[in-house]
Design a protein around this ligand. Sequence first.
Ligand code: ADP
Ligand code: MG
Length: 412
Amino acid sequence: MSLKPLLPGALSDRGQQMTLGVMGGGQLGRMFVQAAQAMGYFTAVLDPDPASPAGLISHHHIKTAYDDEQGLAQLMQRCDAITTEFENVPAPALVTLGAHRPVAPSAKCVGIAQDRIKEKAHFAQAAAISGVAPGPNAAIETEADLAQVPDHLFPGILKTARLGYDGKGQVGVASRADLASAWQGLGSVACVLEKRLQLVSECSVIVARGADGQAVSFPVQKNTHIDGILALTEVFEGAVPADLAQRAQAATLAIAQHLNYVGVLCVEYFVVKNEAGALDLVVNEMAPRPHNSGHYTQNACDLSQFEAQVRALAGLPLPTPRQHSPAIMVNLLGDLWFNPNGVRPQASAEAVSPPWAQVLALPGTHLHLYGKLSARPGRKMGHLNITGPSVAAVRETTARVLALLGLPALMG
Ligand code: ADP
Ligand code: MG
């Protein structure tokens, strides 16, 4: 990538307004577009869905498949640099784009992050410098691999190597006797079997790294999942023990450096007890983009993860982000539209807006909805960031928000 910054609001070498592009038009693309536009960039989104959240608000929306040659050609014609908002963009499309425009993260990095087998191999290699290793696991690519799986991985979780997200593409495997049928149930595709670990908690770290190798880390996020989907993120001093937080930040920077990564990267960790009974970290997976657990940065830090993505892509400086308020983020899934106030709906119930006016009457509540045209159970509709003058105030407001929305008390 060129180190010459793409200055916002300037005319580009193409003689057009400086334009940043994104592969994918979901909510992450939308928030990238919002951050880019706030700084004065024009934007282009490639997503086949005419109602995609990012496409709806972008200067340009190219509505083709991700591997459509004409669509990719149009995107290159429109843009001065291109990023991605989801890891399942076909890697060859990024190779095509990267031959003509700065693309960050690179096709190579996205290719590693979209395949759990490669991802784990990278984590294992990087462990010498990151100090944090992946948990016990084995790759299963062919039927012959099933018999090679060591006994200590049971009970385990079988995960497809590709295309899994929010707990999809995963199945519990109690014992070796269940392995073959579990693998067939996932379509006999390439998988990873992981030992099921006793998690004390989960956390994640977001880093941003420029083409010049300069990298910064955001604070460590403590994450609570329900049914494999992120429900709540807490970020304040003490949410994650300080020594673990420091190790997780250093490990994430090392992983990014080892990949020669450019852009925003999120790495997820498990907190476990080691054999000596002390808390320890295990690296789980990474996302080559901003992450749901980093949304609190929009309201609690002086640099959001999306502005960091814009800056890394455009070759602008990346000062260390400062968190200026303790924060909790609550994910808003489509279930809430059918379950306002926690009252179980009829099967045929129509979607109803949750009680936003009551929620927004509480101080320090910041509502982000993604402009999705219809709610569905499990669909990520938005998130709510809660900030305040103290951890106690943020927790108190969050408890009231959760009660208003009929969500269980999720704070640790
Ligand atoms: P996804 O791509 O769906 O986020 P993850 O590998 O992060 O996939 O798994 C989703 C969640 O499932 C994790 O956040 C964690 O709560 C749980 N989980 C995944 N792997 C393990 C494991 N090896 N042991 C215990 N819990 C796990
Ligand atoms: Mg995950």
